[in-house]
Design a protein around this ligand. Structure first.
Ligand code: SF4
Ligand code: SF4
Length: 283
């Protein structure tokens, strides 16, 4: 904020949703995005290099989700609750209002239980590209992430989007190998290409997914997690230091609650079967 004030930069809250069409070839047709962002010739996208419970990493493409006006964000988690579909939604949203330049701040990155409760990582990397997808591609490589654990990149590859093929992205400056630092991933990180038939995965949903758990020692009962939850799955207890409970039948594992919690009081816990599958490298 001191820099923003010093340079006299105007801060414009995103308040007014307007329809923006997705270019041809999208999984989605249109988005309601901030009208305030459509007024400019050039969008400069400034993501942070962080882990993310649902998308494993949150980088340039995911940062554009910020164009969805406030309270509509949880709605998208409901509408596109499957990981692959959410990644497709992010890709279409990015394509509908593409930034002219994305600058990824990985000077101080985040690993572990991101994006809300991760640990700082002194990565010392600053990256820029006119393609947020190409940027994410190289960033995934720096973080040592296989493509099948990077839903945005994986779905971009399935759809043949430019920037998804690592060998087609030219890297200038430092070599990726010289700055590579495998990240500690969120406990929920899993392969996006691992699928079971619906008749098997549906009954085992609770064991195959990861779910949030409130830590009563840290929770102040502020209520922010319950307020943002798109499925109203969180019930807070009334007494301090008791936390609350997550209804796993309702929870869609979007992890908005964890991202919102100001006290880092929400842990993500993988289901039993998911833990086993991860151990044998199947998920
Ligand atoms: S947001 Fe965090 S601190 Fe607030 S009620 Fe939820 S878990 Fe507790
Ligand atoms: S409890 Fe958390 S992870 Fe589950 S649906 Fe609500 S906000 Fe998403």
């Amino acid at each position: 904020m001191p820099v923003v004030r010093e340079l006299g930069i105007e801060l414009v809250p995103f308040r007014t949703p307007v329809p923006v069409a997705v270019p041809d070839g999208g999984v989605f047709r249109t988005f309601l995005l901030a009208e305030e962002a459509t007024r400019f010739d050039l969008i400069l996208n400034l993501p942070k290099f962080k882990t993310h419970g649902m998308m494993t990493l949150t980088l340039g493409v995911k940062n554009m989700f910020g164009l969805v006006v406030g309270a509509a964000k949880p709605g998208w988690h409901l509408q596109a609750s499957r990981t692959a579909l959410f990644a497709d939604m992010l890709l279409d949203l990015w394509r509908s209002l593409p930034p002219g330049l994305s600058v990824l701040d990985g000077i101080s990155a985040m690993e572990g239980n991101g994006p809300g409760s991760g640990d700082p990582l002194n990565l010392g990397v600053l990256m820029a590209s006119p393609s947020a997808l190409a940027l994410d591609n190289v960033a995934g490589s720096i973080a040592g992430l296989p493509v099948n654990m990077n839903p945005v990149l994986y779905q971009a590859g399935v759809r043949g989007l430019a920037g998804a093929e690592r060998e087609h992205v030219e890297v200038l400056g430092e070599a990726v190998e010289d700055v590579r630092r495998p990240f500690v991933l969120p406990p929920s990180a899993a392969r996006v290409d691992f699928t079971l038939p619906a008749w098997m995965s549906q009954p085992m949903r609770k064991s195959l997914n990861s779910f949030p758990r409130l830590n009563p020692d840290l929770c102040t009962l502020c209520g922010q997690c319950a307020a943002i939850c798109p499925t109203r799955a969180i019930e807070l207890y009334k007494k301090p230091r008791t936390g609350g409970v997550v209804d796993r039948d309702r929870c869609i594992s979007c992890f908005c609650c964890q991202e919102t919690c100001p006290e880092r009081a929400i842990d993500i816990v993988p289901g039993r079967l998911l833990r086993v599958l991860k151990k044998v490298n199947l998920a």
